[in-house]
Design a protein around this ligand. Structure first.
Ligand code: GLU
Length: 466
């Protein structure tokens, strides 16, 4: 069997939309799963709306998601000569022809068809004229007049389109530029694409593309049109439903693995499994389980999945994703064992990396700011003696371990008659500045002995200054 070759052909007129990312993902996964090839092509023929910034944004978003390509990016604007060659070939073989009808004349034909209750279309006037190229001629494809063109779709099954309802559509404009459907087919053909998975908003183009393949005497690729992603109100997902670009999710502290996991589940299933690692997906993805009905985007589900991915990763593997968010808070942390320890304490309690970075802040700053309410409640003159003892005892520890810390607590409880909470809470406020933090022992162990002692003594000084 020939290797599978898939593609992602974004139009660079904006950021990478999460719907587009899902399409890229399906194609990428299928290529990776089958050991095939995934090609990236930039469909920038709409030169007025295409921008270099969009190209960069799309490439960066794909890279961030870990969707890598084996070939490309190819740019349609650099392939104009190839399209011309194929158009000439279609004319030479009698599958296409020059048409000199003006736009006004074509409009009149459309009106005439409409008046007869028919679909408004070009009436084929130049079809058998054998016209040569001239200024202002377009090229039209000779489409079959009767019968049907059937799109055999992996996802939707067969859809038949009446040929009588398709006119001889334009494949080359009068300025010599190729029309969209022609360019797509020539690209897919010359790039060896044999599997096309795309949104069902493109299904309308597929019969035209099939007719171009046939006119070129080429084999058809396999097509799969996936339903669009919907918002919670069942309307097509759009800006008013919230964040739409992959980059926004990066900024909000989502992990690429979580985004991928969530997006793939919007339209593909594997039993009732919800959590997938990247390797899992590559192993299990198939086209048979692409769903026929549209799925709804649910931010809460995606966030819950993000929390699971945050928990599932090794702290060291998570660090490169957390560091930029720490940087956003002005914290210049590095990917070292301290950061790994910090991350480990926060993994069970962070839904996003933004939350994690905010919660990690106290570990890195020299003097965590004291929350007023917490300080007033827990850093009291009654707590001072206990805190001094804690600082002294911890400082004297030959080894800073969980067992040693537990012993310090047991001793202070016995000496002071205070319960565990009455010791842990003032200590937590002393060290973190707030009442919310990871478990006291794991947190102190991650912070390290020196900083722990220093912060407790600072809190004691603060109490004494009140
Ligand atoms: N460039 C098209 C888009 O961005 C994709 C076309 C295709 O998949 O055939 O929607």
């Amino acid at each position: 069997m020939k290797p599978i070759v898939t593609r992602f052909p974004p139009s660079p007129t904006g950021f990478l939309h999460i719907g587009g990312a899902r399409t890229a993902l399906f194609n990428w996964l299928y290529a990776r799963k089958t050991g095939g090839k995934f090609i990236l092509r930039i469909e920038d023929t709409d030169e007025a709306r295409s921008t270099k910034d969009s190209v960069d944004a799309i490439l960066e978003a794909l890279q961030w998601l870990g969707i890598d390509w084996d070939e490309g990016p190819y740019f349609q604007t650099e392939r104009k000569e190839i399209y011309s060659r194929y158009i000439e070939k279609l004319v030479e073989t009698g599958h296409a022809y020059y048409c000199s009808c003006t736009p006004d004349e074509v409009n009149t034909m459309r009106e005439a068809a409409r008046a007869k209750g028919l679909k408004p279309m070009y009436n084929g006037r130049c079809r058998e004229q054998g016209l040569a190229w001239a200024d202002n001629t377009v090229v039209r494809l000779k489409t079959p007049v009767t019968g049907v063109t059937v799109v055999e779709d992996i996802v939707k099954g067969d859809t038949a389109f009446q040929n009588a309802e398709m006119d001889d559509f334009i494949i080359q404009r009068s300025d010599g530029s190729a029309m969209y459907n022609l360019a797509v087919v020539v690209d897919d053909l010359t790039m060896g694409i044999n599997t096309i998975i795309r949104g069902d908003d493109h299904l309308i183009n597929t019969p035209k593309q099939i007719l171009i393949y046939r006119a070129l005497g080429a084999d058809l690729p396999a097509f799969g049109h996936v339903p669009m992603v919907l918002g919670p109100d069942k309307a097509r997902l759009s800006k008013r439903h919230g964040a739409m670009s992959v980059d926004e999710y990066r900024k909000m502290g989502y992990l690429p693995d979580a985004v991928i996991n969530y997006l793939v589940r919007l339209g593909w299933s594997h039993g009732d499994q919800e959590f997938f690692t990247r390797m899992d997906l590559i192993e299990k993805f198939d086209l048979e389980h692409l769903g026929r009905s549209a799925s709804m985007f649910d931010m809460e589900k995606m966030t819950a999945l993000n929390a699971k991915h945050i928990q599932a990763k090794e702290p060291g593997a998570l660090a490169p994703f957390v560091l930029p968010h720490l940087q956003d808070l002005g914290i210049d942390a590095c990917d070292d064992t301290f950061t790994s320890k910090v991350i480990e304490t926060l993994q069970p309690r962070s839904k996003t990396l933004v939350e994690m970075a905010a919660a990690a802040r106290f570990y890195y700053v020299d003097e965590p700011e004291l929350d007023e309410k917490a300080a007033a409640k827990f850093l009291t003159s009654e707590a001072a003696a206990m805190l001094i003892q804690a600082a002294d005892d911890i400082e004297a520890l030959p080894e800073f371990t969980q067992a040693a810390l537990e012993d310090v607590f047991t001793k202070i409880m016995a000496d002071s008659g205070l319960g565990f909470g009455k010791i842990a809470q003032p200590l937590r406020v002393a060290v973190t500045g707030t009442t919310v933090s990871p478990g006291i022992f794991e947190m102190l162990l991650a912070l390290g002995k020196d900083k722990t002692v220093q912060r407790i003594r600072r809190a004691v000084a603060w109490i004494q200054n009140q």
